[in-house]
Design a protein around this ligand. Sequence first.
Ligand code: CP
Length: 311
Amino acid sequence: MTSNFEGVDLVTIRDFSRDQIEHVMNLAEKMIPIALGEERSDLLSSHLLGSLFFEPSTRTRLSFASAMARLGGITLGFDQPLGASIQKGETLADTIKMVDAYTDVIVLRHSAEGSARLAAHFAEKPIINAGDGAGQHPTQTILDLFTIRKAKGKIGDINVALVGDLKYGRTVHSLAEALALFGAKLMFVAPKTLQMPKETVRAVEKLGAKPAMLTTIEESLAEADIMYVTRIQKERFPDLAEYQKVSGEFKINNALLKDAKPELKIMHPLPRVDEIQAEVDSTDHALYFQQAFNGVPVRMAILSLILGAKS
Ligand code: CP
């Protein structure tokens, strides 16, 4: 069923079926001229977005605000909790209840895994998870799938290497599940201590995937059609010494890419630190800035569908 998104929460990628994800991507494709500012729209002119970012963000926060503005809607909220009454001891639940009263849909980023699920419990309006700790980042996943589909013409039956911090990286948790749902072949490339959590491995296996567990980029290079690189999530390590052991271990540069397929595309949810060298940006492999732009049409589609706006 693709028809009814109105009022639904998007907390994990499992909240949308494959048909629904395809429906979002098809609508996002039509939204591109509006996202680029080439066409005007007032599709969401009567709507308010509550944008609550308790953790730093550039792409997710601004692309949601851009998506809302391009469709004539308004965004309220905060980009760091210092200016909010949470500083006076207000709970997340009470904060959500307030924003629920002021807006039509709430986008939440928070450091605590499960925070979006908690918010969905307290809110009557839809909650969109913009990243909950090391949990999931489902709108990033849909824009990643959209980017892959545009670059490769398909998502199933291609080789995708997920590289870097697979333990703490929330984007790869939701993306691995979605890729398995679409039938992509998966390689999980990470230092042993940062491999994909067992529950995600079990989830993708349940969907029929047989991920290869690798410890070096070189092992995945010849096969990969897409290499999805992630930052080591320094802020999630309980012990800085453990971070220092793995930091800088994976670096993509032009010398390494000589052994890749010429049509290999490199993606990254960004921000990057040093895992993709700047020299790669000007190669045909680099897809990460286009990927970041794709957040706008994809989030326009998600907001329109969840708000039940009719074009
Ligand atoms: N990809 C992503 O979530 O980026 P931000 O942290 O800048 O939002």
